[in-house]
Design a protein around this ligand. Sequence first.
Ligand SMILES: Nc1ncnc2c1ncn2[C@@H]1O[C@H](COP(=O)(O)OP(=O)(O)OP(=O)(O)O)[C@@H](O)[C@H]1O
Length: 232
Amino acid sequence: MLLAMDRVTSYYGKTAILKDFSFGIEEGKCLCVLGRNGVGKTTLMRTIMGLTDRSIGDITIKGTEIGSSPTHVRAKLGIGYVPQGRGILSEFTVRENILLGTFARHDGRPDIPEVCLQMFPYLKANLDRRAGLLSGGQKQQLAIARALAVDPKILLLDEPTEGIQPNIVHEIGETLMTLNRKLGITLLLTEQHIRVARRLGDAFLMVDNGRVVASGPMAQLTDDVIHHYLTI
Ligand SMILES: Nc1ncnc2c1ncn2[C@@H]1O[C@H](COP(=O)(O)OP(=O)(O)OP(=O)(O)O)[C@@H](O)[C@H]1O
């Protein structure tokens, strides 16, 4: 397994949000995390990055235990993170936003890796543009480019298509497909669009009330499972 959790419970204050949570993702695969609003999907991402108040249980990357490591150490071990809402700094340029990602590179190189620009011609042509002027889809590209700047083995993406115009959702899906299938970057993402999840994911993880309630190869994500856990 590239990344794995074994019986992890994660807390905000004294409240356990993620409970006894176990899963694994093999190198090169794409795992889609599904579940209704508020079930703990974002908390899962933040727990992997070390951004909740506290967690117990094992979190490993390539067998190395990271559950008590600070966030920057986890990033350096090859975990890139595209947070919900993207976390773009509006007053900074496209270039500066991407460079922010390079701080966590394991080789310490402070330049923009070629892959970031190859993937996103718009960003390449607009490096000096203020990020606040970008469209939602372009900001999402920028957040992905910034996460790629750490040269990650695995990319965590929290709702990458949220708040994006319907016609661009497909485009973001294609970008993620390229990262996974062509560049071999392992993906762990939360996704509201079932069609996108089905197309991208090798496997799924259904979360309810902070626990894994169903999981398996994407072919096993039946309409029944969706109906049971996702419709209100
Ligand atoms: N910083 C925080 N402090 C305390 N409680 C929090 C914090 N962040 C989230 N929670 C709580 O943890 C639970 C899970 O939230 P989380 O954001 O992980 O869910 P989610 O599945 O990602 O939902 P959404 O899709 O709405 O973002 C919620 O009950 C939420 O109120």
